[in-house]
Design a protein around this ligand. Sequence first.
Ligand SMILES: [Zn+2]
Ligand SMILES: [Zn+2]
Ligand SMILES: [Zn+2]
Length: 363
Amino acid sequence: MKSFIVKFDELISQIRSYQEQSSQIKINEPLSIKKICKNNELNDNFIYSQLLNDYLLQIKSISNLQNELNIICEFENDCSSNRTLWWYTRETFIYHLLNKAFRIQNKMLILSFSILIHTSTNKTMTATQNSIEQSFECGICHDYLTEVRETPCCHQLFCFTCIQQWLNQGGSCPQCKSTSLTENTLLKNVVLQRIVDNIELDCPYVLAGCSAKVPRCDLENHKQLCPYSTAKLADKQQQKLQKSIALLNQYTETAIPVSDNDLYDLAKALHEQYAYAEARKCFGKMKTKNSSLEIVILQAHIERDDGKYTDALRLYDQAYDMTTSPSQRIELLLAKKRMFITVPDKSIPPLDLSHNMSCRSEN
Ligand SMILES: [Zn+2]
Ligand SMILES: [Zn+2]
Ligand SMILES: [Zn+2]
């Protein structure tokens, strides 16, 4: 259950042999569940609460004994299998007891609480992502819990600010309507908060290409540093554009001859960065400006995307005449067609809604 158990199989075999031994020799320790169950038809919770009472009396360090005894009573009445996880993580001596049992690999203890451990492990394994997320959700804002607070009346979980606001508006408990709930009676749940803080979430810039899984408590930090953040990407784009413009200046201002291929690549890059005026400047220096199909098509795309439709149409037609390849011609027709989709067609009058309305009222 806990990550520090590395050799799980070994632990299980140890527990098995311990189980066999303990059924042979009489031991001066609390009875295991198995032994009690043999002769009784008591419910599990009752047995657990007896075991817990037994352990509680053995632990000298418990400071508030009465309080813990009350918790055991509550446990006996409340620990249905749906609530096992909650009980397992609740900040009580039960949690410390079970964690310690795993840490020091106390076989007796693990065996005694085997069903409880089994149920909560099973719950963790079989719970769907949805139901796990629901148990970490605030009952008011339905986001992941922040500064978890638990109501003493019905053990519902809320963000501190959410429940604080609710109570300030004179509200009773949002779940059970108890009127005795106040800000001062709210309980902290450190264990659950730790779990929620460590839930791994997708980076919010996942669509921009970030594949990072980030613990929730690091999310704000990651958002600032993520190389895919909107601000960082805009920065990168700006830098790229500046680089392209610097290259353009270098090409146009120096006397060193530049190949049409290099000019084409630069024009293409500038087009992708929406720098249409700069892209156009590249064509001025090209020798094959009107004889290379690729270059004519790029010019057409640039004019189209810059809204210069007459120029674009002329260039698409020019490119169409330059090729005999059917697939290329279809591509050019499609590119031309895209222009007509984006330009509103003024030949079709807009729907006259007032006319339609009056027709309907006449009927
Ligand atoms: Zn909330
Ligand atoms: Zn309540
Ligand atoms: Zn990221």
